[in-house]
Design a protein around this ligand. Structure first.
Ligand code: NAD
Length: 506
């Protein structure tokens, strides 16, 4: 059915420009170009003009102008438009999969089976959720008044997204914002603009009004900071590294913006000694290598109780070695390259430094024959100390480190011992042990006997230095709406009872 060798033609597709403002593609005006490079081959794919502050201003203006109409539409009208949006995405699914695989180097089976269907499902979920925005039920709390709560859209949202899941990140930012009646300006990462642009175009094709979804593809320090500091943007929603998140928070705070931060992760994977070892080994390989490890929730630190430790290490290494690296468009490729040679070299740097204090069990090298792309072998590291760099820092590559533990107390303490708290998993067949881990591990998501699955109905977001606020699910509406208390007097008298505090007995 699909031609695995087919390539998305970016130069033709984005000839009109890599900005999407007020319902149409336009060229950036920063005066600077950016070239998107194929991570699998190093070939240039597309050169486009980056957005600068003037483009951000134009996008915010478009979003501001369309806000009264979109926020004033009925929930049913917004829902209908978003159902059509989901249908357009489904019609164009193969184009999205090709474009995402091309710009990220993701295996085509991953984009066809995960990124694209996940985005369509998210869109359908928020189309439904748009009709379920609720305030608190009304009541006569004072006795003399009727109070109720209105849940209202907040205005123009400015969002910034990373390169690891460009389509899904665009969807996670755009969908709850517009379902709640806001309008949005999204800045994708410069490296990966394609699918965010296609996403905005699909919104227009579905009849979502011009200016509701705008895309500016510019550099972080330039377009990104201008968007965060823009006086007409009422909220910043940022997904990316903790270091950049801190800078974004400073700018957003100085302009009194609502802030939602989805930051880095270093997910623990805790294997108790009663676990199904076969399941844990498969879970560790799939959970650490998904998207070539460039996943903020990827399993990165496996803590394995001493009786299972050596067998876990040898079986995980063996299974990692069976994973097939290669052309992202070949149907049997399991793992693609990293996003860039710079990212690969950064990952290799972590591994090379670890050689002096830990054991590289497998991987730790660039695979032969794939030197032109940003490939790196799946890597397993054992015997690292808890306070070492490889255990504490976010690597964002296909690297899993394994650390032994003795008591359950120790396993849970080590799992909590990094600044991050985005996701974690616990592996055990004992209900009480697993349940204790879900209570005591400080993370926004804890899986039991699995690691990675996400669903539209459930929230995604961090604890600790992984940020605050939720993507996906109805919980995300807490970020993208504001609530207003409305209070009606029921007495119809001029002198209210409480006026005694001013007038006394007069
Ligand atoms: P990054 O922080 O370098 O960049 C993210 C985005 O911020 C990009 O669009 C970039 O252009 C922009 N940016 C950079 N400097 C900026 C500035 N000064 N002001 C405004 N914007 C700026 O992150 P990345 O390397 O693109 O992505 C990887 C990171 O994202 C990892 O740390 C990963 O854990 C994190 N991530 C988190 C989640 C989550 O849900 N918590 C999801 C995906 C990725």
């Amino acid at each position: 059915m699909h031609n695995p060798g087919h390539r998305f033609q970016a130069q033709d597709r984005f000839a009109a420009g890599a900005q999407y403002i007020a319902g149409r593609p336009v060229k950036g005006t920063s005066g600077r170009n950016h070239t998107v490079v194929d991570p699998a081959t190093g070939d240039d794919l597309h050169t486009y003009q980056l957005a600068g502050p003037d483009d951000v201003d134009a996008a915010v203006r478009a979003a501001r102008e369309t806000f009264p109409g979109w926020s004033g539409a009925t929930p049913g009208e917004r829902s209908d438009a978003m159902h059509r949006f989901a249908a357009v995405l489904a019609d164009r699914a193969e184009e999205f999969a090709q474009a995402e695989s091309l710009q990220c180097g993701k295996p085509i089976k991953l984009t066809r089976e995960f990124d694209v269907p996940g985005t369509i499902d998210n869109t359908a979920f928020f189309a439904g959720a748009a009709r379920h925005l609720q305030g608190q039920s009304a009541g006569e709390y004072s006795g003399d008044h009727t109070s109720y709560v209105r849940r209202e859209a907040i205005g123009v949202v400015g969002s910034i997204a990373p390169w690891n899941y460009p389509l899904q990140m665009a969807a996670w930012k755009v969908l709850p914002a517009i379902a709640a009646g806001n309008t949005i300006v999204l800045k994708p990462a410069e490296l990966t603009p394609f699918t965010s642009l296609l996403f905005a175009e699909a919104a227009t094709a579905a009849g979502i009004p011009d200016g509701v979804v705008n895309i500016v593809t510019g550099a972080g320090r330039d377009a990104g900071e201008h968007l965060v500091g823009h006086p007409d943007v009422v909220m910043t929603s940022f997904t990316g590294s903790t270091a950049v998140g801190k800078r974004v928070a400073e700018i957003a705070t100085s302009t009194v913006k609502r802030l939602h931060l989805e930051l880095g992760g270093k997910a623990p994977f805790v294997v108790f000694d009663d676990a199904d070892l076969e399941a844990a080994v498969h879970g560790a390989v799939a959970g650490s290598l998904i998207n070539t490890g460039q996943d903020c929730t990827a399993a990165t630190r496996a803590y394995v109780q001493r009786p299972l430790y050596e067998e876990f290490v040898s079986r995980t290494a063996e299974l990692m070695e069976s994973v097939r690296l290669g052309d992202p468009f070949a149907p049997d490729t399991d793992l693609g390259p990293l996003i860039s040679v710079a990212q690969r070299d950064r990952v290799a740097g972590f591994v090379d430094r670890a050689r002096s204090y830990a054991r590289v069990v497998t991987g730790g090298e660039i695979p032969k024959g794939l030197e032109r792309g940003a490939y790196y072998r799946p890597t397993l590291i054992a015997d690292a100390a808890q306070d070492s760099e490889i255990v504490q820092s976010e690597i964002f590559g296909p690297v899993l480190v394994v650390v032994p533990f003795d008591s359950d107390d120790e396993g849970i303490r080590l799992a909590n011992d990094t600044p991050y708290g985005l996701a974690a998993s616990a592996w055990s067949r004992d209900l009480y042990r697993a349940n204790r881990a879900t209570r005591e591990i400080k993370a926004g998501c804890v899986w039991v006997n699995d690691h990675i699955p996400i669903i539209s109905e459930m929230p995604h977001g961090g604890y600790k230095a992984s940020g605050f606020g939720k993507d996906m699910s109805s919980y995300s509406f807490e970020e993208y709406t504001q609530i207003k208390h409305v209070m009606f007097d029921n007495t119809a008298v001029a002198r209210k009872d409480w006026h005694r505090t001013i007038f006394g007995d007069r």
